[in-house]
Design a protein around this ligand. Structure first.
Ligand SMILES: Cc1cc2nc3c(=O)[nH]c(=O)nc-3n(C[C@H](O)[C@H](O)[C@H](O)COP(=O)(O)OP(=O)(O)OC[C@H]3O[C@@H](n4cnc5c(N)ncnc54)[C@H](O)[C@@H]3O)c2cc1C
Length: 329
């Protein structure tokens, strides 16, 4: 089986497929985990959206602890989130409502004028870069990096060097690039996002979310700030203006962020779809696993289970049914 794309989705599918005894080859044009996976903050927050999406996200959130445990220390922790309010706008999420003083008692690094918040105890985080590295390590020679796929058919993939690889099944997991050259009619488009990595004393003990920004403190000493949402085609260049905006918004919500040193700004492309839900299933003879938009890290375990079930002739998890790639045809 050939899997096109070595982001978290392609790697997770390959890992589960290998565990089922299937022969897999991941074809990645750059480095494993180098696409949106590398930019992602790794917030695992199954926020309610459509009923179908919420069920899928919750199923995957439940799978994460065991999935992470299989991979070793990938920074998985159910640290919870505190969603801050600064005005009258209601926070449309279920959780424990706190007043401003209670928020500051929990997280002294947040802004003094925060008027209240919502504690989401089940939110978790993971380090997507460590997840990708752990998956790639376990897959070993099954991952071929620097291997650019230029076309796909249901039985083969063509490489930029002219070679052709035959496969019994082809899984398309090329993230936002899935529809660029490979499956042009697939309903996926790129939505640029930028995150920052900072180092220094952790500004909080849990994820802090506000209307415009989130701040993710990691036990490793890294704090991730995200994220912009930009319509910029396939442009993946980090910009000074986005860095300034994210820093300003993060310091506004969590002044303790001002003490940190900026070490990296990164931009990549979220794979978006018309209804923001992923594409998981059969499509024109290919098995498609893309379009995970803002939630591909969260949705990796359930996507991998679904893809391997489909490859093995088993029933995929019921929560995947609304995300048939043919729904936009
Ligand atoms: C700024 C930002 C923040 C985010 N934060 C979060 C978060 O906190 N939580 C969350 O759950 N999700 C988050 N996401 C979304 C998440 O990163 C994506 O949904 C997820 O990475 C999608 O995984 P993927 O494997 O489909 O795509 P990618 O991670 O983009 O991987 C696709 C891979 O395919 C490869 N590829 C593409 N074309 C070809 C080709 N022709 N030949 C060979 N290889 C190819 C690419 O090089 C890439 O490595 C964020 C995304 C961004 C951009």
């Amino acid at each position: 089986m050939a899997i096109v794309g070595g982001g978290i989705i392609g790697l997770a599918c390959a890992f589960r497929a290998q565990q089922r005894g299937l022969s897999v080859c991941v074809l990645e044009r750059g480095t494993a985990g180098g696409g949106a996976t590398r930019a992602a903050a790794g917030v695992l927050a199954p926020d309610p959206e459509t009923p179908g999406f919420t069920a899928l996200a919750q199923r995957s959130a439940e799978l994460w602890p065991a999935f992470a445990a299989e991979l070793g220390d990938v920074g998985y922790t159910r640290c919870g989130s505190l969603v801050l309010a600064f005005g009258d706008a209601p926070i449309e999420l279920d959780g424990e409502r706190l007043d401003g003083a209670a928020c500051r008692a929990l997280e002294p690094g947040i802004a003094a004028d925060c008027v209240g918040g919502l504690l989401l105890a089940d939110d978790a985080q993971v380090d997507p870069r460590r997840v990708a590295a752990a998956l790639a390590h376990r897959l070993g020679d099954a991952v071929r990096t620097s291997t650019d796929v230029v076309d796909v058919t249901p039985e083969s993939v063509g490489l930029a060097d002219g070679a052709r690889i035959e496969a019994d099944r082809v899984v398309l997991a090329a993230g936002a690039w899935s529809s660029r050259r490979l499956a042009k009619r697939l309903a996926v488009r790129p939505v640029k996002g930028q995150t920052l990595r900072l180092r220094g004393p952790l500004p909080a003990t849990r994820i802090i979310r506000s209307e415009h920004v989130y701040v993710v403190p990691r036990a490793s000493g890294e704090t991730v700030i995200g994220a912009t949402v930009e319509d910029a085609g396939y442009d993946e260049t980090p910009t000074d203006s986005a860095t300034e905006l994210l820093l300003r918004q993060a310091v506004r919500a969590v002044p303790a962020v001002a003490e940190l040193e900026l070490v990296e700004a990164v931009a990549s492309l979220r794979p978006a779809t018309p209804d923001d839900g992923p594409l998981i299933g059969e499509w024109e003879g290919l098995l498609v696993a893309c379009g995970h938009f803002r939630n591909g890290i969260l949705l990796a375990p359930v996507t991998a289970d679904a893809v391997v079930a489909l490859l093995s002739g088993d029933a995929p998890p019921a929560e995947v049914a609304p995300f048939d790639p043919q729904r936009f045809d």
